[in-house]
Ligand binder design. Sequence first.
Ligand SMILES: NC(=O)c1ccc[n+]([C@@H]2O[C@H](COP(=O)([O-])OP(=O)(O)OC[C@H]3O[C@@H](n4cnc5c(N)ncnc54)[C@H](O)[C@@H]3O)[C@@H](O)[C@H]2O)c1
Length: 279
Amino acid sequence: MSQGRLDGQVAWISGAARGMGLGICEAFAAEGARICVADVDEELGRAVATRLEKRGVEAMFSRCDVGVGEDVRDSIAATVERFGGLQNIVNCAAVGATGYLHEMTEAQWDRLMAINVKSIFFSIKYGVEHLTKHAHSYVVNIGSISSFVAQVDTPAYTTSKGAVLLLSQSIAVDYAHLGLRCNCVCPGISDTPGLQSYYSRVPEGDRILGERIKRVPLNRLIQPAEVGKSVVFLSCEESSGITGTSLTVDGGYTSVAEWNADAVTQNPRQDSREDVSCD
Ligand SMILES: NC(=O)c1ccc[n+]([C@@H]2O[C@H](COP(=O)([O-])OP(=O)(O)OC[C@H]3O[C@@H](n4cnc5c(N)ncnc54)[C@H](O)[C@@H]3O)[C@@H](O)[C@H]2O)c1
């Protein structure tokens, strides 16, 4: 039987019923992990766990609203009870919100922060005693390009993703002596149901998304499987020296201030540059 990089490791993955979380689940399953699919969507989440089990992966579903402390506590406890331990936490569940600050209600702000940020606090509060029973344990939090730069009309989301990055660094520093490493994976514009549903509601959403993709040097959406591979790397001893860092998976989006894929394909280098001799 082939050796996976996560053979035998037990992973609790939030937001795993679809999108990025599902991509992470698939990547963990391919590397031999045992998985708890923790999600608020019972129907989709249960279906994911059942599909994994049919393929011989040890998996379970746990209904969990990550913004509610008791849910996270009980979900992690159920995972430990089923698999006998816990070595990985991936905090992926999050929600977006659009609108200027003065248009948001306090309740909307608090709920978004609970799901996107407080959830990570809960996962450590209730998970750390189990994680640190192992010589090596891993927490990966899903940030965003919004962990680094603001985007229009999403102040609460941007604030939450900035916090995810700094919280990851704090966790890394505080628990390093217990063998726990914590890192943040920051995806760019990614092909998920969450993104598709947002652009289906926006007037001219297809055109706007198409324009945004042209500003990505790789000139395409990021796939959840690509994010999954990055999370696996940070969840095993291949990345043994890495903690408290961020890994941006954005096709180059945050590496350039100005970019337009059309302009590049219309202006090949030989047309716009003089030859330079290297003799
Ligand atoms: N899609 C993108 O372009 C993009 C870019 C950067 C970062 N991200 C991040 O990736 C992660 C996943 O995004 P996605 O696009 O796959 O989203 P998605 O909406 O497609 O999936 C989100 C999943 O989280 C679950 N969820 C939502 N609220 C929850 C709660 N309170 N408790 C438990 N589960 C809950 C949903 O049921 C769903 O299964 C998020 O952290 C998001 O911020 C996404």
